[in-house]
Design a binder for this molecule. Structure first.
Ligand SMILES: [Fe+2]
Ligand SMILES: [Fe+2]
Length: 175
């Protein structure tokens, strides 16, 4: 029995490192969305702010999910340091341009973990990471949909801001 316990599989070091990076990325994403929510709130976009507060909470969940997995898989989960995040934005539209850029970067990080899992034959972690692959497809779609609305509705028109605020918030509510 003792020997059996000793053969307990441990997490590959490289994968452990990438998972901790992923945890940090998700935690950072939560803080970035929180700063966006604050900017939207103080600039009169109450509905979109609510959408972003929700995004921030979801990213926190993504962070915790990977953080707990690291320990469960036999690794050491490292609490990420909080970095400075962008607090000011040039326009309503810029918030979503940056949000999409961030989501694309997160997708690339997720893909990197999956690629490493395949090299190391860690199919359990690959299976775990597929949830993030699917999640990223959804998040990118939502960010692109929000940006599409800026093509349809003029941000600078009298009712544009009001309309955009309402329509973007619906993207989140549709889920
Ligand atoms: Fe995420
Ligand atoms: Fe995300």
């Amino acid at each position: 029995m003792k020997d059996l316990l000793r053969t307990n599989t441990s997490l590959n070091e490289g994968i452990e490192k990438l998972l901790n990076i992923q945890a940090k990325i998700e935690s950072d994403a939560s803080n970035k969305y929180l700063a966006m929510a604050s900017w939207l709130d103080r600039n009169g976009f109450a509905q979109t702010a609510a959408y972003m507060y929700k995004q921030a909470e979801e990213e926190r969940e993504h962070f915790l999910k990977v953080f707990k997995y690291i320990t469960e898989a036999g690794g050491i989960a490292i609490t990420p340091a909080l970095p400075e995040v962008q607090q000011e934005f040039a326009s309503f539209k810029e918030v979503f341009e940056i949000a999409l850029q961030n989501e694309i970067a997160v997708t690339n990080a997720v893909n990197k973990v999956v690629a490493k899992c395949r090299i190391e034959n860690d199919y359990a972690t690959e299976d775990f990471m597929m949830w993030y692959v699917r999640e990223q497809r959804e998040e990118e779609t939502n960010a692109r949909r929000a940006l599409d609305l800026f093509e349809l509705i003029d941000e600078d028109s009298a009712t544009g801001k009001f309309q955009l605020d309402k329509e973007i918030a619906k993207i989140g509510a549709a889920q």
